[in-house]
Structures are given as structure tokens and as C-alpha cells.
Design a protein around this ligand. Structure first.
Ligand SMILES: [Zn+2]
Length: 469
């Protein structure tokens, strides 16, 4: 007796050395059996496939599903792109909690953003202020904190206080490199490594520090690799999409509120101002994100300019600012011991239209840059270790029945199955509810809200990877 029987899949699960044509039986949200020709007798539901690929559920370790970037579209975009579990990278966690019942069946964890003027009083939080911030955020359901150094930087000391507070409060810390002293570039990455020493920190989107802002982009890739190798306590991800995602909001003085937006305009040859952004939009070099159905899409030109001013400038957008070589080099880079230098392949997607782990990630496999095993390690197993999700990242008996079912040749997701629930099939998003991944600190509050939760523990950092660094 099984809840769901999936017939005729090419199952790849490197951690359990499974590779070949199998059926998968799911019971009570868990993997019950992976065998050839499982009997359909007694299965409550059966889905038959024609030999397409099934891998452990994709975990995107860097998405945005809240606040500035909107959440109405993010969940369906993730489900449609084959993602089962995602880490919301910049709060506000209360916003995620109020929408998680609409999360299309997905698993979501959230980091609270350490933003001066929003969640923090100022850009130089003391250790005591940082601990209070962390404690409150974790009781409200966040697993930890993200420093948005590229957009809303803290002082170097304030940044270190946030990282120390996360460790002391048993939380997860992520950092988009950059402080009030150094930018979000290779210098900011050097600074981050000097400041954190050997603490566990998730360094966001390594590729974005290798855009050739300070030195040649490939020199920056080499430096980033050396830094990660010298700081084995850091975990990291990079993404493979060309575009970034940022805010086009103007502040009261009429200046661009996000530092990153201004810097990117300069890189592309425009002035750091509302006028510069206006020109970039009209030239098709900048685009705004707008909702179409249950997707967010990119628009540029006159229409984008009109939408930006109609929204009182409070609109998210981006630029194709990531050069291709660093994205490929960082996806493939390895340490001397053969493990990946950048642990995970993520997207910085969600409601930002670049959920390309399947559409572009499988291109790395078909072009021989990654093996299928490498791809699964970078998109499922390694992220599961970062988030301390013991029962994800593999398909052993009793593991969570999270599966990404993919058309390898067309490079698209055919079905997304989370905890045994079919959340998307052939582009149709049908999952309901959502599970919050959080820590024990939030149990009381989550119980009062009646949310479905999976609890994780970061008191010992992340789970061990396959090999010592
Ligand atoms: Zn991000």
C-alpha cells in the first residue's frame, strides 16, 4: 500500500548510488521504495512517466519571495521551475508567514534582513542590539539573518556583530558582501573573509563579486576561489543567470536608494541618478519586473519607464550585468581535494524572473561542464547540508519525498513533488499549503499560528559535506 507510485523514471541519487530506471513508491510523505517494476496493486495514486529524469528535490539556497520583490508570483514560479525547497534571502519573515499557506506546497526557510532604517535602528549595531534583533527574528520564525552589504551596508564592526550574534543565538548567517567601507565586489569579499575568520557564514552569489569592477573578471574569479579555499568555514553559492535584481526606488532626496543600482548604472556607462536609470530603461539596458498571470516577467523601454514612474519609483528591476565567464568558472570550480569551491548553484530568483537551475543548469550538464552527479550535489545535496535538512538532498528509504522530475533534453521541469504532494505537473501549479523550515526558537509562535513546520538546528553550524575542506 502506497500513497503515490511513480512509474518508469530514470532515477539519479548519487548519495545512495542509485542510477537507472526505477519506480518510486511514496508513503506518508516519505520515500518508501525505489525498485524496478513495483506492483501498482494497492497504490492509491499512480503517475506514469516515459523514462524522464527524477532527482532529489532541488533546493534553491537563494531566492526572494517577500517584500519589495512580491510573493504572489514567487511560489508558482519556483514550483514551475522544479524547486521543492527555497531559502528566502531577505525577509521580511512576517510577510512570508502571512503568505505561506499560498506557497504551492513548497518548503521555505527565511532569513531576516539586517537593513538599517527598517529592521535595524542604524548601520552600526552593537553586539547587544544585534543579539536582540536575532533573538526576535528567530522567535518570529526566521532561521537567522542576511546582511545586505551591497544594497544597505552596515559598518564593518556592525556586520561582525550581526555575524557573532547569529552564532550566539544559534542562527544561520548570510552575507551579501560589502560594508560602509568596501563595496559589493572582490574587495568586499576580501574584507568579509578578513572579518569573519573561521566562522560559519553563507556568502551570497560569489559571481556578483567577479563582474570585473576592480580587476579583470577572471582574476577576480581566481581570487574568490583562493579566498573560499583559505576560509573553509564559509559556505557559498553562485548563480548562472545574466541578470541581477535590485530596487529602482528613489529616496526623499531623489537619489537611488540602493547602492547596488547606482554602481550597476556606472558599470553600464550611465550616471548614478534617476536620469541615468531613465536612460538605461529607454535604451533597453535596464528592465522592471511586472506581474503577468502567476509569473513575474521583465519589461524594458518606454513601457517600463512609464511603469516605474506610475509606481512612484517603488518597483524592482534589474540589468544584465553578470559576464558569462565568471558564472561558468564558479559553477565548475573545485578545491584541491576535488570538492566544489562554491558549494551550491542557486538563482537569486523566486519572484525575480531567473529561476534557471533547470533551464540553464542542465545546460552545464549537457555541455559537460558538470556531470549529472555534480549537478545534483550542487542543487540538492550540498544545499541540504547548509540548511541542516538531514532527510533531504537524497532519496534513501525514509527520506522526505521531494522530487524534481525533469526533461533533460528540453531542459525544463515536468513535475515538482514535495513531501509526496504533486505541486506542479506539466506547467500546471497545483500544490497547496506550505511548510516553514525554522528553528526550535520559533516553535511556540508557530504553534500559535498553526503553521506546518520542519525544525532544524544550527547550533553546530551546517551538516558535514562529503569531504573535509
Ligand atoms: Zn538576493
Amino acid at each position: 500500500m502506497f500513497d503515490l507510485l511513480l512509474k518508469n523514471l530514470r532515477v539519479e541519487d548519487p548519495v545512495n548510488a542509485v542510477s537507472g530506471m526505477y519506480d518510486i513508491a511514496i508513503d506518508n510523505g516519505k520515500i518508501a521504495a525505489i525498485q524496478k517494476d513495483l506492483s501498482p496493486v494497492g497504490a492509491k495514486k499512480i503517475l506514469s512517466f516515459d523514462g524522464v529524469l527524477a532527482i532529489p528535490g532541488i533546493i534553491d539556497l537563494h531566492v526572494h519571495v517577500c517584500g519589495n520583490f512580491g510573493n504572489q508570483t514567487a511560489f508558482s514560479m519556483l514550483a514551475r521551475s522544479g524547486v521543492c525547497t527555497a531559502l528566502n534571502m531577505a525577509g521580511p519573515t512576517t510577510d512570508l508567514l502571512s503568505h505561506i499557506h499560498e506557497a504551492c506546497g513548497l518548503n521555505l526557510a527565511s532569513l531576516e534582513d539586517a537593513t538599517p532604517g527598517r529592521s535595524l535602528a542604524h548601520e552600526a549595531p552593537s553586539l547587544k542590539e544585534s543579539r536582540m534583533f536575532l533573538s526576535e527574528a528567530m522567535e518570529m520564525g526566521a532561521i537567522g539573518v542576511k546582511i545586505l552589504g551591497g544594497h544597505y551596508p552596515l559598518t564593518p564592526e556592525g556586520s561582525v556583530h550581526i555575524i557573532h550574534a547569529a552564532r550566539e543565538e544559534g542562527g544561520y548567517a548570510a552575507w551579501h558582501a560589502g560594508t560602509t567601507k568596501y563595496g559589493s565586489n572582490i574587495e568586499g569579499l576580501h574584507e568579509l573573509c578578513d572579518l569573519v575568520g573561521n566562522e560559519f557564514v553563507h556568502v551570497a552569489h560569489i559571481n556578483s563579486y567577479c563582474r570585473g569592477q576592480i580587476r579583470h573578471e577572471l582574476q577576480e574569479v581566481i581570487e574568490a576561489q583562493q579566498l573560499l579555499e583559505e576560509h573553509p568555514s564559509l559556505v557559498s553559492e553562485s548563480y548562472i543567470a545574466a541578470s541581477n535584481g535590485t530596487s529602482f526606488l528613489l529616496n526623499k532626496e531623489g537619489q537611488l536608494a540602493s547602492k547596488n543600482t547606482g554602481v550597476t548604472l556606472n558599470i553600464l556607462g550611465y550616471e548614478n541618478s534617476a536620469t541615468g536609470l531613465g536612460h538605461a530603461l529607454m535604451d533597453g539596458k535596464a528592465f522592471v519586473f511586472v506581474q503577468q498571470g502567476d509569473e513575474t516577467v521583465r519589461l524594458t523601454g518606454q513601457e517600463a519607464y512609464r511603469l516605474w514612474s506610475d509606481a512612484g519609483t517603488n518597483i524592482a528591476g534589474g540589468f544584465d550585468v553578470n559576464p558569462p565567464m565568471p558564472r561558468i568558472a564558479l559553477a565548475a570550480a573545485r578545491r584541491k581535494n576535488g570538492t566544489f569551491t562554491v558549494d551550491c548553484l542557486a538563482t537569486d530568483g523566486g519572484s525575480i524572473p531567473r529561476n534557471v537551475l533547470v533551464s540553464q543548469g542542465l545546460g552545464l550538464v549537457s555541455s559537460g561542464i558538470l556531470s549529472m552527479e555534480d549537478y545534483i550535489r550542487k542543487t540538492s545535496w550540498n544545499p541540504s547540508r547548509c540548511l541542516c535538512l538531514k532527510n533531504k538532498g537524497h532519496l534513501g528509504i525514509g527520506a522526505d519525498a521531494d522530487l524534481s522530475i525533469l526533461d533533460f533534453h528540453r531542459q525544463c521541469a515536468l513535475a515538482t513533488i514535495v513531501g509526496g504532494q504533486v505541486c506542479m505537473i506539466h506547467g500546471y501549479v497545483c500544490g497547496t499549503g506550505g511548510t516553514l523550515i525554522t528553528t526550535e526558537r520559533a516553535r511556540k509562535h508557530m504553534k500559535s499560528l498553526g503553521l506546518s513546520c520542519q525544525y532544524v538546528d544550527f547550533s553546530n553550524g551546517h551538516l558535514p559535506f562529503d569531504a573535509e575542506r
